[in-house]
Design a protein around this ligand. Structure first.
Ligand SMILES: [Mg+2]
Length: 177
């Protein structure tokens, strides 16, 4: 067993990290049809978690499923998961059934120590706190594509890494020391 000083725990986001989904845009367009949805979709990245938690679950699941069916995992994901030598959690505001379906379909579920969805914790912060309580003293790294998550969740005493898929960054660019 790794000592607390060397124990490392990696926490990955789903949308924008495992896939190139952009759920804030899809949710805005589904909730507010027409031009209002298109306008809102441009500025919702900052409040992604809050938006999701305010939607009724059936609508959220419908949009999430529809989106998850049309995307693949990013090409670097499985190669990275195969070689990463520390426990990896998936922490996502997606509903659990969507995550489970996607990860099983693409053979990725086995790489995660635990998959944590919005069914159990309604905020990303609560998800991270759960992992910290579970694992205890360790070095944690959250990889997320949300600037809000990366800047605010660092206050929990964890390292954060903003993954920019649009700039062709991959999980192999993640810096964990
Ligand atoms: Mg994301």
């Amino acid at each position: 067993m790794a000592s607390p000083l060397t124990k490392k725990i990696l926490i990955l986001d789903f949308d924008g990290v495992i896939t190139e989904l952009n759920l804030p845009q899809d949710l805005a367009k589904a909730t507010f049809p027409g031009i209002l949805g298109r306008i809102l979709s441009k500025c919702l990245g900052l409040v992604e978690d809050k938006l999701r938690s305010t939607l009724i679950k059936p609508l959220r699941m419908f949009v999430e499923f529809r989106s998850a069916l049309r995307v693949l995992p990013c090409s670097d994901v499985e190669p990275f998961l195969k070689v990463a030598d520390y426990p990896i959690y998936l922490a996502s505001m997606q509903t659990g059934i969507v995550l489970d379906y996607f990860l099983r379909k693409h053979g990725l579920k086995k790489y995660f120590k635990e998959v944590i969805s919005s069914d159990r914790f309604r905020t990303k912060e609560a998800q991270i706190r759960y992992i910290i309580n579970l694992e205890g003293k360790a070095r944690y790294l959250l990889v997320d594509d949300s600037e809000w998550n990366v800047s605010h969740l660092a206050s929990l005493g964890i390292k954060t890494f903003l993954l920019k898929r649009q700039q062709k960054q991959t999980l192999f660019d993640v810096y964990f020391n």
